[in-house]
Ligand binder design. Structure first.
Ligand SMILES: Cc1cc2nc3c(=O)[nH]c(=O)nc-3n(C[C@H](O)[C@H](O)[C@H](O)COP(=O)(O)OP(=O)(O)OC[C@H]3O[C@@H](n4cnc5c(N)ncnc54)[C@H](O)[C@@H]3O)c2cc1C
Length: 276
């Protein structure tokens, strides 16, 4: 949406394909946690701006190579985001993602959240599900919960974890999970060499490990593009336009490039703006 906004501000005719019936992607998922509901304002503001600027939004339209090329575009920006990266250990098929939990997958009994990301994804999910008759434990290989969060954000979560009686276990890395007829098994090793293994049996295992780029369309479009999807960084850093190419120029922004955050998705999109 930020790429669409800045392109439209510069006078380009912009078409935005959205696979679903709502804009906002992961920001919308983030806002499903009660404690983060206001984050939706970012997506709502961008949507109102691109609507005001006359961006042609194609709702419920999965962009593919055919419908993109049919537009005969000069510039294609891939902002297809990421997908939860949860298959990180043997037996991971029993695990679900923080996105699943926030979207209301039914949970009961004992719930383990393994978070080696240390950001809002894991913490807000813990906060959302704790205190609803679930026995919630957060395990992290970091020295403490919310390790990658700034100091203005993490105290709120830690305080809420205490109030909601969430058990927090630091220093342990998940190495294996196993399905069980009654409960699933999670096996950890101590990341600092002490205590060796720890095992726990739970009803649900939620894994937060960031996302993997959803970049299939970008890879398919690369050979069709004039720049092979590669941004010329010398021009970018010098504040010069990208080199002229035959055919359309292809870029990707946000989590479609790498698992990051809202700031990165917006900055990626603004950097391109300077060079059209
Ligand atoms: C629970 C949670 C909490 C988070 N909290 C924060 C936070 O506090 N701060 C922060 O900075 N970041 C946070 N993030 C991360 C942040 O939301 C993402 O990094 C950011 O949204 C990435 O933006 P994006 O536009 O690249 O992709 P996404 O947000 O993933 O959006 C991709 C969009 O593309 C659409 N799409 C995909 N494929 C196609 C296709 N082929 N055709 C058409 N449309 C398609 C999707 O429907 C979606 O609307 C959080 C993420 C989650 C899940």
């Amino acid at each position: 949406m930020e790429a669409a906004r800045v392109c439209a501000e510069r006078g380009h005719v912009v078409t935005l394909f959205e696979a679903g019936g709502q804009l906002g992607g992961q920001v919308r998922t983030a806002s499903l946690a009660e404690v983060r509901r206001d984050i939706l304002g970012i997506a709502e503001w961008l949507e109102s701006e691109i609507t005001f600027l006359g961006v042609d939004i194609r709702w419920n339209t999965l962009a593919d190579i055919d419908n993109v090329l049919a537009e005969d575009p000069e510039i294609v920006i891939i902002a297809t985001g990421g997908l939860p990266d949860i298959e990180i250990v043997p037996g991971a098929e029993v695990c679900i993602s923080t996105w699943d939990a926030l979207n209301g997958v039914p949970l009961s009994g004992k719930v383990l959240i393994y978070d080696d990301h240390g950001q809002h994804q894991g913490a807000s999910t813990v906060d959302q599900i704790a205190g609803s008759n679930l026995d919630v434990e957060l395990v992290t290989p970091d020295r403490h919960a919310c390790a990658e969060m700034g100091s203005s954000n993490f105290p709120m979560y830690v305080s809420r974890f205490h109030h909601k009686q969430v058990k927090v276990t630091p220093d342990y890395r998940l190495i294996r999970t196993e399905p069980g007829s009654e409960k699933h098994l999670a096996v950890f090793e101590n990341d600092f060499g002490g205590g060796e293994f720890m095992e726990t049996r739970v009803d649900h295992i939620i894994v937060e490990h960031g996302s993997l780029p959803n970049d299939g369309l970008f890879q398919l479009l690369r050979p069709e593009s004039g720049n092979d999807g590669i941004t010329d960084y010398e021009s970018l850093l010098d504040g010069r336009p990208q080199p002229e190419v035959d055919g359309f120029v292809l870029y990707r922004v946000g989590d479609a490039a790498a698992s990051r955050n809202i700031h990165a998705a917006i900055l990626d999109s603004r950097k391109l703006y300077q060079n059209f």
